[in-house]
Ligand binder design. Structure first.
Ligand code: GLU
Length: 304
């Protein structure tokens, strides 16, 4: 099987299909992007690095960052982390408030906004320089010095961030946010504004396919058990209320963001990142989902 040829052929095929998706316009700055962009990059545990299309162009990774903030807080708190956030799929939209009230301010999982706000709060409490320490972690793992936050996007989201503010304040009222909600929100908006390319993302996520160890330096980032758990969470909760559909059609753990990026991990094999900014009605990249579905079909590799 020639993975490069499969990726190239699928790229050519999917690039020209009609894209029924829409740009995320609830964060106005996210619409300032070429909606036709399409990039793919794979990094394998065998050392293959291969990409096509706009795979070196940086874009707003948005919710993909929630996996990274979760990993850092898991390293800090260990299993105590799960007292602050649960590990069940929500079956509701990523920014929903309804469960939070009934479930006493303990978010369903770390990948809905409520959970990611709690994780941001944990990092604010435990990191000496939260913004810098977080960025250093990401730069080291992706082997790229060029990664940064976008102040335009963070500002744009802050101006429209009424729902996230509501979530954060509601969680605070239940005592599950330690810091000032406005500080948590500012940090959360910064995290979501991080810009990375498909190449940087697939390099970074490769350790999740490699039992928690970086490929180049063989540094342990998470234990094997923690790695399994992060992958399990991506499998069950990584695609908003379309996580079941992604498992059904693609069959890999992954995480998407409203900037149109998707990262998927095949344990013991590879990490792959896809970017195409127009989103389907559930907020996931229309062409990204299509590509990954056909990729696992053609390669006949999935975790199931
Ligand atoms: N910053 C976005 C928000 O909080 C992230 C959404 C996403 O990518 O799912 O609404």
């Amino acid at each position: 099987m020639n993975i490069k040829v499969i990726i190239e052929n699928l790229y050519d095929k999917i690039k020209i299909i009609e894209d029924n998706g829409q740009l995320a316009n609830y964060i106005p700055e996210l619409t300032r992007v070429n909606s036709e962009s399409f990039g793919i990059h794979i990094s394998t545990v065998e050392g293959l690095n291969f990409g096509v299309g706009n795979c070196y162009e940086q874009f707003s990774i948005q919710s993909i960052v929630k996996v990274l903030s979760l990993i850092i807080s898991y390293r800090i708190l260990g299993e105590d982390l799960w007292k602050r956030v649960k590990v069940e799929p929500s079956g509701t939209a990523f920014n929903s408030l309804v469960q939070l009230e009934v479930e006493n301010g303990i978010p369903r999982n770390p990948f809905i906004n409520a959970g990611a706000l709690v994780i941001a709060d944990i990092l604010l409490t435990h990191l000496d320089n939260p913004e810098k320490d977080f960025l250093d972690f990401v730069k080291n793992l992706s082997h790229s010095r060029e990664i940064s936050y976008s102040s335009h996007i963070a500002e744009s989201e802050k101006k429209a961030g009424f729902r996230n503010a509501a979530l954060c304040n509601l969680i605070k009222s239940f005592g599950n946010i330690e810091n000032d909600p406005s500080d948590v929100l500012d940090f959360y908006f910064n995290l979501c504004s991080l810009e990375m390319s498909c190449e940087e993302l697939s390099n970074l996520f490769l350790f999740l396919a490699n039992d928690g160890f970086t490929l180049k330096e063989n540094t342990q980032i998470l234990t094997r058990s923690q790695t399994k758990r992060i992958n399990a969470l991506m499998q069950t909760c990584g695609f908003y209320d379309e996580s079941g559909e992604f498992a059904f059609k693609v069959g890999l753990p992954g995480k998407s963001g409203v900037g149109g990026g998707i990262v998927a991990v095949h344990p013991k094999q590879y990490a792959i990142a896809v970017w195409s900014p127009k989103l389907n009605s559930k907020g996931n990249s229309y062409k990204g989902m299509k590509f990954l579905e056909e990729f696992t079909t053609e390669t006949e590799l999935s975790i199931f």
